[in-house]
Design a binder for this molecule. Structure first.
Ligand code: AMP
Ligand code: MG
Length: 356
């Protein structure tokens, strides 16, 4: 069965279209919709069968919990048992927006949502379509990214259809998503805030907000198979072709790339690089396919383009993708995280004698 695609204005969604999609959610169906991060695959979070359908459609492992989306911060009381002081502060400051809070789960939330954990991840999205849909449905909406498990997150309705077109009921097509990377996920250990996943809310902004209220800056967890949060696999968000991630000083990265490209002028190689890097490497051989990720000083451009660029390079039939590590400031931290997890190989170039 093919999904119904409903076009929707991303700024002022038509109430009739939203009502149609909301009715599908209330009836236990699955609706993909744009958020300010990426497209989500929504189901009624308090309907266990609907949640099971989300996992089945994505092929998502039952040990990987999903995020519950609310229309309003005031609806939080029904879903969580307590709200630590820093969580209250962050919710007031960053919601609606791309910040997910992991909090003690209330009885009402089916354990399946949380992969059986005593906590539940919650956020209030800011995208007008997401807000209107959740409000019209009148239920909390569980929504992981609307991609097949292990694939890159969808930033357009076409990406959703490519992965899930025959597995879900409705896709609300509201155009490309503004941020392009998933939400920042934080948990709480006493008064300490722990960043489980860097994302569309910069960690610097969390730090500033917490500092103003006298809380310590958030701690970043290193991720890997043993990470403190389930589902945060070391390799994930991967394109279907091998991606090689270069880390190290700019000059050495460019030298390495120049040599690698010169050695294979007739191989179809994809390049996910900053505007500056692509300029420095041009002209490229005709078989080399570039996807500019914007100026290095503006990682939010890279965030917006990253996942679509990976899918486009795949579609162009590249056999290999080279990417470079962005500076980890602002959204650069989230982009660096996604690239690392997409990478089959990380190459360190130009290491200094001290091994930095
Ligand atoms: P997404 O695929 O964007 O919905 O990402 C959901 C991610 O949020 C999961 O893979 C986890 O890493 C994280 N998450 C969700 N719920 C929890 C939870 N209860 N505890 C810790 N991390 C969570
Ligand atoms: Mg996902």
């Amino acid at each position: 069965m093919a999904a119904r695609v409903l076009q929707v204005d991303p700024v002022a969604p038509a109430p009739a279209v939203i009502a149609e999609a909301a009715a599908v959610l209330r009836a236990g169906g699955l609706v993909a919709f744009p958020t300010e991060t990426v497209y989500g695959l929504g189901g009624n979070a308090i309907d266990d069968a609907a949640v099971a359908r989300i996992f089945a459609a994505k092929g998502r492992d039952p040990s990987d919990p999903v995020i519950v989306h609310l229309a309003d911060r005031r609806d939080l009381g029904d879903l969580v048992r307590e709200l630590p002081a820093p969580a209250q502060l962050l919710a007031a400051r960053f919601w609606p927006g791309p910040l997910t809070l992991v909090l003690p789960r209330a009885e009402r939330v089916p354990p399946r949502v949380s992969a059986g954990l005593p906590t539940v991840a919650v956020r209030v999205p800011s995208h007008p379509v997401a807000r209107a849909l959740i409000a019209a449905a009148g239920v909390p909406v569980a929504a992981p990214s609307a991609n097949l498990f292990g694939r890159t997150s969808p930033t357009t309705a076409a990406h959703v259809l490519a992965d899930l077109g025959d597995r879900i009921d409705v896709v609300l097509d509201g155009g490309p998503t503004p941020a392009g990377v998933e939400s920042t996920v934080v948990a709480f250990e006493g008064e300490e805030v722990v960043v489980l996943r860097p994302g569309a809310t910069p960690v610097e902004e969390l730090s500033r907000c917490l500092a103003e209220a006298g809380f310590r800056p958030p701690r970043l967890v290193e991720r890997g198979p043993q990470a403190g949060s389930p589902g945060l696999l070391a390799r994930h968000y991967a394109p279907r072709v091998p991606l090689v991630l270069l880390r190290g000083p700019e000059r050495e990265r460019l030298q390495w790339l120049r040599a690698a490209l010169a050695a294979r002028p007739d191989r179809r190689i994809g390049l996910l690089l900053s505007d500056e890097e692509l300029r420095a490497l041009s002209p490229l051989a005709p078989e080399h396919r570039a996807r500019p990720l914007g100026p290095r000083s503006h990682p939010e451009v890279a965030a917006r383009r990253l996942f679509a660029a990976m899918r486009e390079l795949e579609a162009e039939g590249v056999e290999l993708i080279y990417a470079t590590d962005p500076d980890p400031a602002g959204l650069g931290l989230a982009v660096a995280d996604r690239l690392r997890r997409a990478a089959e190989e990380v190459v360190e170039v130009g290491r200094t004698q001290e091994g930095s």
